[in-house]
Design a protein around this ligand. Structure first.
Ligand code: 6PG
Length: 262
């Protein structure tokens, strides 16, 4: 099998085309994982960009491609809100993906953002990840088959915000985070866990992301200022699915350098 490049940048006309390509890749990765290990363990992203991808996966074009009862769903981060809150990353995915696909509740592993003690919520999530993977929660991080991520206009990803130093986090898989820019508490997977994944797929769309994307991919390396730069899979594939608007500030040669299949 032809070895895949470690980092792939694919540019699409718009969010719809990006989402369709992401749905194809999601299904390919899930089916490969299920074929190889009888299940796929996937981390969903929050935010609004992945919503169309999630919707597409429930359509007749995609829903029949995957044995959904063999997929385990986790989240890369969560807001400090109850699961029925309109800001909940769990709620968005549950509404547009998990409920329409009738995913068994035992395969839905949400972060308990509603807890007063967010460190306890983070520790509980680490234990749940360890349980599902059948590993020890204080050992090497397990490898998700696919992690979906987005980036903010400030270069954050998951709930790894500028100025918060978790890149040096050498043991924790999940931590509480206070995001000063939005004065909000969050719970997030750490780069240590995210970078263990087999595949990491960033979904980036819209002109408002163009500056951040160009800085993250082509700017000075400064992960504290641009946390998305902390995401460098140890041995997995890093994929950037971007639309033309978000790619507007990329140096063309950069995009050409990274494989950009037609
Ligand atoms: C969250 C996400 C966050 C998101 C980016 C992009 O909880 O909001 O984890 O990292 O991916 O902020 O958000 P949009 O897709 O809404 O632009």
């Amino acid at each position: 099998m032809v070895s895949r490049p470690r980092t792939e940048l694919r540019q699409f006309a718009d969010l719809e085309e990006l989402s369709q390509a992401a749905a194809d890749e999601f299904c390919r990765i899930a089916c490969q994982a299920i074929a190889e290990s009888r299940r796929a363990v996937i981390t969903l992203s929050g935010g609004s960009t992945p919503r169309r991808l999630y919707e597409l996966l429930t359509t007749d074009r995609y829903r029949h491609r995957v044995a959904w009862d063999r997929v385990e769903f986790f989240w890369g981060d969560e807001r400090a809100v109850p699961p029925d809150d309109r800001d909940s990353n769990f709620r968005m995915a549950d509404d547009v993906l998990l409920e329409p696909l009738a995913i068994p509740s035992a395969h839905i592993h949400r972060i308990e953002g509603e807890r007063n003690d967010l460190n306890a919520a983070a520790l509980a999530y680490e234990r749940e990840i360890a349980r599902v993977f059948g590993v020890l929660p204080d050992g090497p991080p397990p490898a998700f088959d696919l992690v979906l991520l987005g980036i903010g206009a400030d270069g954050h990803t998951a709930s790894l915000f500028p100025g918060t130093d978790v890149s040096a986090e050498s043991t924790r898989w999940v931590v509480p985070q206070y995001a000063p820019a939005i004065a909000a508490n969050r719970v997030t997977m750490t780069p240590r866990l995210l970078n263990a994944a087999q595949h990491v797929m960033f979904l980036v769309a819209g002109t408002e992301k163009a500056d951040a994307l160009a800085q993250v991919l082509e700017g000075v390396r400064d992960p504290q200022r641009l946390p998305a730069q902390m995401i460098e899979p140890t041995s997995g594939v890093l994929m950037w699915f971007v639309d033309r608007a978000a790619a507007g500030r990329l140096d063309r040669s950069h995009a050409d350098h990274l494989s950009t299949p037609a």
